[in-house]
Design a protein around this ligand. Structure first.
Ligand SMILES: [Zn+2]
Length: 322
């Protein structure tokens, strides 16, 4: 049986029919901005109905950014998607689509996608972290997604790394998100550009706003200032990962999101920090690598988290049933 995964993002709604092997059989995308604010639920339901298009489907899972209560299939807070807050989405969407519907945090869904079909497909213990505008994460231990008591666990981006650090979007200071996200790279790039005005980064910053991808490109060209920004980002990331290595003893840490395109410029210093700070034997086992599914991890993971009427995962509980 197939399942439908829906990635409900601030820029697009992507719905996909996914087979039990993780193959996308059909996909539809709607730009979120084109949806009138009071039509979001209706549009998600339409995307599900449209993508189903004759396929046998056992259930649907919506991956939503923000704070969710998985047990109640409710979104508590989702910036840019306020219309779907505090609604029983299983009931509302179930009524409109005639399918069994559940809700998951988008980073947890992406983590599950990497676990089932990507960088974690051969392991039972995975930490996934996504470095985008913010930092999201998910933890799989013994083949089970760590949700915590309310389904809002796995918020790896808001672990405090430096209490005196820059302010985070959540209101705290020095969260991993405030130090190692794409946004943090851009902020630090502005600071280093003004400290080193004669560097390529410094010269670019005088002309226009520097983006994360500019920093990666300049680092590839050997610019010292850009290399410094990514080295520092990797160091902060590594401090966070060292803690996760100690707590979860994962086999693989998969790093995804836009900022992961900086690749070894960030992952190299992160690995070094993990070696310095994490405990043996966990630090000796863990492989820190780039995530492999890219932006499709959201729909794939959501589909793999869809549950049927009986409450069981439609695509199976795990790749290793013990
Ligand atoms: Zn935070």
């Amino acid at each position: 049986m197939n399942a439908i995964g829906v990635d409900v993002g601030g820029t697009k709604i992507a719905a996909a029919v996914v087979s039990s092997e993780g193959e996308i059989l059909n996909e539809v995308r709607y730009p979120t901005q084109a949806v009138p604010p009071n039509r979001l639920v209706e549009t998600i339901a339409r995307a599900v109905t449209e993508v189903k298009d004759g396929y046998a489907v056992g259930g649907v899972c919506l991956a939503v950014p923000g704070l969710i209560l998985a047990a109640e299939n409710k979104v508590v807070f989702s910036p840019n998607l306020h219309e779907i807050e505090d609604i029983r989405l299983d009931e509302e969407m179930g009524r409109r689509t005639g399918l069994s519907v559940t809700v998951e945090n988008d980073a947890n869904a992406a983590a599950w996608g990497e676990f089932r079909f990507g960088a974690g497909k051969d392991v039972d213990h995975l930490v996934f972290i996504t470095l985008g505008t913010g930092v999201g994460g998910g933890v799989i231990t013994h083949g089970v997604l760590l949700r915590g008591s309310q389904g809002s666990g796995g918020e790896l981006g808001h672990v405090t790394i430096d209490p005196a650090g820059p302010r985070c979007g959540c209101g705290n200071h020095g969260c991993l998100e405030a130090l190692a996200s794409g946004t943090a790279i851009e902020r630090r790039a502005r600071e280093v550009a003004s400290e080193l005005p004669n560097s390529a980064l410094g010269r670019l910053a005088i002309q226009r706003r520097v983006l994360g991808e500019d920093v990666t490109r300049l680092a590839q060209e050997g610019d010292e200032a850009a290399l410094q920004v990514l080295q520092e980002t990797g160091m902060w990331l590594g401090i966070g990962l060292a803690g996760f290595v100690n707590v979860f003893n994962p086999e693989v840490i998969a790093v995804g999101g836009g900022a992961s395109r900086a690749g070894e410029f960030v992952l190299g210093p992160a690995r070094k920090e993990v070696q310095l700070r994490a405990r043996s034997p966990s630090r000796d086992l863990v492989q820190i690598q780039e995530a492999s599914l890219g932006p499709e991890s959201g729909v794939l993971g959501a589909a793999a988290l869809a549950r049927g009427e009986d409450g069981e995962y439609v695509l199976g509980p795990s790749k290793r049933v013990t």
